[in-house]
Design a protein around this ligand. Structure first.
Ligand SMILES: [Zn+2]
Length: 171
């Protein structure tokens, strides 16, 4: 079953910040963390992370066949921040990333990344966080979706949707 923790609440200014990040890195994926005060479901900070996928792909294309166009990879510094935050005053509640042009779904690759392995009967998420996937198009963000791990289904379920932004006005 789904965790009974309240769904995080993501205010418009935080959505605006992560949509801007997705536009900035387009056509590559962006990634980052959303943070709330301990015990609160209300996100009050977006912390962009560095997508290290291209660096790892260049170094070891066999192990990292994808580029940042279709994957994200959190580096050691960002992962340390995430791990340390979880027990602190301002935990990371959500990992966000964008999907350039392909829609806001939780991919098989996203599931493997969140579990740190192939999904099977014993797999558990590596981090106690929800996930936002942003649908980034060339001239606007279409929408974003929130996904949460479901213990019974052994998969990430779509639990909330956020409206996107209008296309940039044409000249
Ligand atoms: Zn993804």
């Amino acid at each position: 079953m789904l965790s009974d923790a309240p769904l995080p609440s993501v205010p418009p200014h935080v959505l605006g910040a992560i949509y801007a990040h997705a536009r900035e890195t387009y056509p590559d994926e962006c990634c980052g963390f959303l943070i709330a005060p301990q015990g609160s479901p209300v996100i009050d900070e977006a912390r962009p992370c560095v997508n290290e996928q291209n660096r790892y792909h260049a170094r070891d294309p066999e192990r990292f066949p994808r580029t940042a166009r279709e994957a994200y990879y959190l580096g050691g510094k960002d992962l340390r921040f995430l791990l340390e935050s979880v027990s602190g005053e301002r935990p990371v509640k959500i990992i966000y990333h964008s999907h350039p042009d392909v829609g806001a779904y939780f991919s098989a690759e996203d599931t493997r990344a969140a579990l740190g392995r192939e999904p099977d009967d014993n797999a558990e998420p590596l981090y106690p966080v929800d996930h936002i996937v942003i649908d980034a198009q060339s001239d606007h963000v279409a929408e974003a979706k929130l996904f949460r791990w479901d213990d019974g289904q052994r998969s990430f379920m779509h639990v909330d949707t956020y409206a996107g932004e209008r296309s940039a006005p044409s000249q």
